[in-house]
Design a protein around this ligand. Structure first.
Ligand code: SF4
Length: 181
């Protein structure tokens, strides 16, 4: 039987969600018998294949133009999109910046921090992603099919979600698998 193709990527994150995925430990051996990870942020292949995958998994919120592009590309190329972790599900801790003006934030980050050398400046190159006006949850940018909350989601919740998807079901998280932290 052909393996189920899964593509993963991350947006505005601390990468804790991916660490939680690795925390499924030896179950990952069982998982790779049934799935093929086509692309991920920690492999050379970064983009989901053009001919698509069954499942796309995105962690992190959407805070800049690059992350918006990554989210839209994943949505176009996957049948089922999973938002992994609080940052993807509702914006998470990154939404704290939504209380401030964007220019004020950039100035604080690049010019005014105590550790910034004199002469620090906000980078303005056209080649750099632009900060969006506010941090957004993934479903504010693209349609999401499955939400797996938690900061990070417990490894058991990720395992449950993936195995339900492999069984052809949309996972319904309950009990200890459903955490908001
Ligand atoms: S949900 Fe928590 S663990 Fe996951 S990327 Fe956001 S801050 Fe990190």
């Amino acid at each position: 039987m052909a393996k189920v193709k899964i593509a993963t990527d991350w947006l505005q994150i601390c990468s804790g969600c991916e660490m939680s995925l690795l925390d499924i430990d030896e179950r990952i051996v069982e998982l790779v018998k049934h799935v093929q990870f086509t692309s991920s942020p920690i492999t050379d292949l970064k983009h989901p294949p053009k001919d698509g995958v069954e499942v796309g998994v995105l962690s992190g919120g959407v805070g800049n133009t690059h992350q918006e592009e990554v989210a839209k590309e994943m949505r176009e190329r996957c049948k089922i999109l999973v938002a992994l972790g609080d940052c993807a599900v509702f914006g998470g801790i990154n939404t704290m910046r939504n209380f401030f003006d964007k220019e004020e934030l950039l100035r604080r980050g690049y010019v005014e921090t105590e550790s910034t050398d004199e002469g620090g400046a906000v980078p303005r190159s056209d080649e750099l992603a632009k900060l969006l006006d506010r941090e957004m949850a993934l479903n504010e940018v693209v349609k999401v099919d499955v939400h797996v909350p938690g900061c990070p989601p417990p490894a058991d919740a990720i395992w449950f979600a993936l195995t339900e998807l492999l069984a052809g079901r949309i996972p319904v998280l309950t009990g200890d698998n459903l955490t908001y932290e």
